[in-house]
Each structure stands twice: as structure tokens, then as C-alpha cells.
Design a protein around this ligand. Structure first.
Ligand code: CTP
Ligand code: MG
Length: 230
């Protein structure tokens, strides 16, 4: 059955800087946001996408359709979680509580189809959902306030959370609303689900599914998208 993509794209890109929010950085002739959208819509299970945009966004091309699938826009909020919640609400009418939603950062343009496919299959089989994640590869140090090493942390059980993150629409909406009520700002969707006592699965994804965050990511993303992840 149909899965919907939810793309938060209402950020200002403060750390990246530049003359426009980073989701509109053009690489290989396409804004990062459109790379992200296209990577999601190309999966046959994805029925359509909701994009959360800043109220003042003047750069969105205004599509209502892409790759023959509906693209819905909505106005995002002050935090990423607020933008995701706004997009989930914009989906009422189009998707049920049980519909799987894939939340994916507009600033992650290099999503591989194979990663997306394994994520969807895992989330299909797990009621608590699933996220793409990458094992930590560096040695991890804990520091004191003066940046002196206190010790080395075991990294075997540690992962970096990536996107997409796949959950049932009703459960995710409920978890994000509960976090907001509690005054907590989750930095990813799984964090809101974890607070509810749920146990989403980790699906190992590619390291090159990077989130464009600082200016040094620009050269890297240009390199990656010259030969995009299949
Ligand atoms: N995002 C959003 N609504 C917000 C904040 C962020 O939809 N209020 C989106 C961004 O557009 C981005 C994704 O969430 O696609 C990941 O956030 P991040 O990388 O932090 O982007 P920005 O918040 O734009 O960047 P910065 O934190 O450097 O300002
Ligand atoms: Mg941010």
C-alpha cells in the first residue's frame, strides 16, 4: 500500500550561510530539495510527498505534481519537529493513521534507492517503525568543560541517526504532540517515538547519505551528486 514522503524544508540554514536557505542550493542543476524529493518519489511504493516550507519561502517552484505523483505544500514551524507535525496534519484526508510516512531532510540529497527500499521493508514488518542509521566509525572521547579527555566511550552500540525515518502517521503525530506538550524538542522523529516507550529498528544505511550542514559540505555534495547514489 501507499507510503507518503514528508520533507521538512522550512529551515534557514544558519550554519551553511549563503544567499538562500541551503535547501535551494543548486547542485548539478537542481536544488538540494528537489534531489531529495526525486530520490523519494522514484520508489514505486511512494504515493506522494508533503513539503513543509517557510512562510516567507519565495523559491519553491510551485509544483503540485512531480514524477506523476502529488506534491502537497504546507507551512512549516519554528523547529524541525513543528514542520514535520504541520506536514503530518496536511496529510489527514490523504492518508490514514496506519499509513507509513517517510520523514526525510530536504538537506539530504544523496539517498540511495536500495537504502530507501530496505527501510520501507523493515518498517512494514515493525509496528514501531525504522530509521536509516550508520555505525559510528571514529573513536569517541568524553571531555570535561576544558576539553580535556575524561575517557574513551565504547562505540560498538552507537549509531548516527540518518533520514528517512519511517513510522505510522498516527503514532508519529501522537509522539510529536506529546513531546511538544512536555516542552521537549526532538531532533529526529525516532527521539519522539522513544519517549513513548517504543523501539524503532535501525537499518544500516550508506555513509554518503550526508546532511548538508556547513560550507565544507558543499564540495562533498557536489562530488557525490556528480555520480549520485543509485
Ligand atoms: N527544518 C524545517 N523547519 C525548521 C528547521 C529545520 O523544516 N524549523 C528542516 C531543514 O530545512 C532541513 C532539515 O529540517 O531540511 C534539517 O535541519 P537542519 O540541517 O538543521 O537545517 P536548518 O535548520 O535549515 O540549518 P541550521 O540549523 O544550520 O539553521
Ligand atoms: Mg537546524
Amino acid at each position: 500500500s501507499g507510503v507518503w514522503a514528508v520533507v521538512p524544508a522550512a529551515g534557514v540554514g544558519r550554519r551553511f550561510g549563503g544567499d538562500r536557505p541551503k535547501q535551494y542550493l543548486e547542485v548539478q542543476g537542481k536544488p538540494l530539495l528537489v534531489h531529495a524529493l526525486d530520490a523519494l518519489l522514484r520508489h514505486p511504493r511512494v504515493a506522494g510527498a508533503v513539503v513543509a516550507l517557510a512562510e516567507s519561502d519565495g523559491l519553491w517552484p510551485g509544483w503540485t505534481e512531480r514524477q506523476g505523483k502529488p506534491v502537497v505544500r504546507c507551512v512549516g514551524g519554528g523547529e524541525r519537529a513543528d514542520s514535520v507535525l504541520a506536514a503530518l496534519r496536511a496529510l489527514s484526508g490523504k492518508a490514514s493513521d496506519q499509513t507509513l510516512v517517510l520523514v526525510h531532510d530536504a538537506a539530504r540529497p544523496n539517498l540511495a534507492l536500495d537504502d530507501l527500499d530496505r527501510l520501507i521493508r523493515t518498517a512494514d514488518a515493525h509496528p514501531d517503525g525504522a530509521i536509516l542509521a550508520a555505525p559510528v566509525r571514529d573513536t569517541l572521547k568524553r571531555s570535561d568543560a576544558d576539553a580535556r579527555i575524561l575517557g574513551t566511550e565504547p562505540r560498538e552500540a552507537l549509531w548516527r541517526a540518518l533520514t528517512p525515518q519511517a513510522f505510522r502517521r498516527g503514532a508519529l503525530t501522537h509522539a510529536l504532540e506529546a513531546a511538544r506538550q512536555a516542552g521537549i524538542v526532538p531532533t529526529d522523529e525516532a527521539m519522539a517515538m522513544e519517549r513513548m516507550g517504543l523501539r524503532p529498528c535501525l537499518v544500516e544505511g550508506r555513509d554518503d547519505n550526508i546532511k548538508v550542514t556547513t560550507p565544507s559540505d558543499r564540495a562533498l555534495v557536489e562530488f557525490l551528486l556528480a555520480d549520485p547514489a543509485l
